[in-house]
Design a protein around this ligand. Sequence first.
Ligand code: BGP
Length: 442
Amino acid sequence: MPEFPKTNFIWGASSAAYQIEGAAAEDGRGPSIWDIHSRIPGRTARGETGDVAADHYHRWAEDIGLMTQIGIGAYRFSTSWSRVLPRGRGQVNQKGIDFYDRLIDGLLDAKIEPWLCLYHWDLPQGLAELGGWTNRDVAGWFADYATLIAAKFGDRVKHFSTFNEPNVATLFGYAMAWNAPAAQDRAAYFRAAHHVNLAHGAAVDVLRDHVTGASLGCIHNRQITFAEKDTPEDRHAAALLDAHWNGIFPDPQYLGTYPSILIDDLEPYLQAGDMARIHRPLDWFGINHYGPIYARADATKQLGVAWGDSPPEPAHPLIGWAIHPEMFRDELLLVSQRYKRPIYVTENGCGRDGEKIGADGALHDDYRIAYLTDYLTALSQALEAGADVRGYFIWSLLDSYEWGSGYGNPFGIIHVDVEGDKKRTIKESGHWYANVIKTGRV
Ligand code: BGP
């Protein structure tokens, strides 16, 4: 029976602003690229938006109460850039600051450590209109936003991440057109990726300067990458996708280099001194992990690589994808050895369509408990093998707006009646997680 360290190990839960807050046009919040994207027909399932989401903007106190009930020690959330700076720069929205003040104070009162992420994909539309991540000035705009956040909350928040999954935001946003702003433009993608890295470095400096005792990291979605078929073309595609998915952000941020396979494409956007601006001292590495990815060569795609199909192995009948906890263990070991920083697993979990509260008033998600048991067992194996993992944050606290899937495929350990009155019900997995936290055992 896997046991986890009694000290020096954090049990947490994660969320993201656009996925849970709602109140999209309330109290002065400006629009972000996701408000625009989700309104364009065909972009999201059933045309759903985050306008109301889990209504966390109004129910944050109840949500803190639920975290207390589960025993959560740390809560990872993101601030909505356009809630505090409606156009992304310039005028500050005091009501937006007040909201995060209330949330942070509430968390601290409940003895839950706030982990603040500056960017979970919701660029202010005002900045998108100036070119967004493709405009090099964005690094300065992001640094100004980080300065505001540090000045307002840095007396109480000590754990900050600059970005959540910059790979998903740029690859899906600028090359593959699955996420906002849904461009398919090879040059825009490379520019955006480099500017995100510059913004990261600039924000790290600001947070370091303004927050006493800051603990800083970036959160990366890391998955082992395979060729769909064992052909030279697909093997090359897998090496490329691996560089885009796993390397283009962590390598410059933590090691001070870009993956060599991408350097020719990035070269035009690199200026003297850029790598030193990106490669700033970091305290920890955040990993979001779901499962392996597969690459197929495809010359018609912007980057010459398409998302491949996973091999014909049985998908989990209820979760819909194949479960590979051993690759989670391997990924943790790999990241620990390569980047040599303490690791926090900042997302892991599973979604399932059509979950319903039963006649007994409970939501029986035994498949989620089985999934989490397998993944936490893999984590304990990685710990035993020497990976320096210091904490685990479940994705996610609440059923949320799951981007292109809309309100389908909810991942929460707390059910939210999104179509109805937004009532919260702790799922069986939430009660199970409470016991894991209490006993330190799976
Ligand atoms: C991560 C995101 C989260 C969340 C999660 C589940 O990529 O950081 O915001 O959406 O994935 O998403 P998916 O449904 O794509 O597996």
